[in-house]
Design a protein around this ligand. Structure first.
Ligand code: NAG
Ligand code: NAG
Ligand code: NAG
Length: 139
């Protein structure tokens, strides 16, 4: 941003109205997505929210749990938007028992074992204590 202003000041012509409105608008535009560590606490929480959404939207007998986060990006948009590539796997916990995912181990039975690759977007607005999984694709 500072470099951008520097550029304007060094020009001899006064900036056009269009140029000004672009700059002003850029102040409310979202930031660019940035790579973030896959073990960042915010990333781990976002991954957990994603898998909880997955569990809630699928009729599997067993709960799935995140097994590996291969890529994480974060973007500032009225809070934080996480973009994750995450692998999820079927656990031995039955949904019907309402167990905590932390206590669930992955299936070792070859018939039941299943891993899915997911892309998810999770929007976190800390000051409203709101978390929304806006995108979730698993295959
Ligand atoms: C998803 O959550 C809603 C609300 O808690 C619940 O009524 C519904 O049965 C859940 N669906 C599945 C498939 O877990
Ligand atoms: C889950 O089961 C319910 C009730 O049998 C059904 O209405 C719903 O479409 C199913 N959802 C999925 C994702 O299969
Ligand atoms: C694996 O799961 C299948 C399906 O539930 C079951 O029939 C089979 O006995 C299980 N195998 C082992 C070794 O537990």
């Amino acid at each position: 941003m500072l470099a951008f202003y520097g550029l304007i000041l060094s020009t001899t012509e006064s900036p056009s109205a269009d140029f000004c409105s672009q700059i002003l608008n850029s102040c409310v535009m979202p930031g660019f997505p940035k790579t973030i560590k896959t073990n960042d606490p915010g990333v781990l929480k976002a991954a957990r929210h994603s898998v909880e959404r997955f569990n809630n939207c699928t009729n599997d007998t067993f709960l799935f749990k995140e097994s590996h986060i291969s890529r994480a990006l974060v973007q500032i948009v009225k809070g934080l938007k996480y973009m994750l590539d995450v692998e999820i796997g079927r656990t031995t916990c039955r949904k019907i028992n309402h167990p905590s995912l932390d206590d669930c181990d992955f299936q070792t039975n070859h018939t039941l074992k299943q891993t899915l690759s997911c892309y998810s977007e999770v929007w976190v607005i800390p000051w409203l204590q709101r978390v929304k999984v806006t995108v979730l694709h698993c295959r």
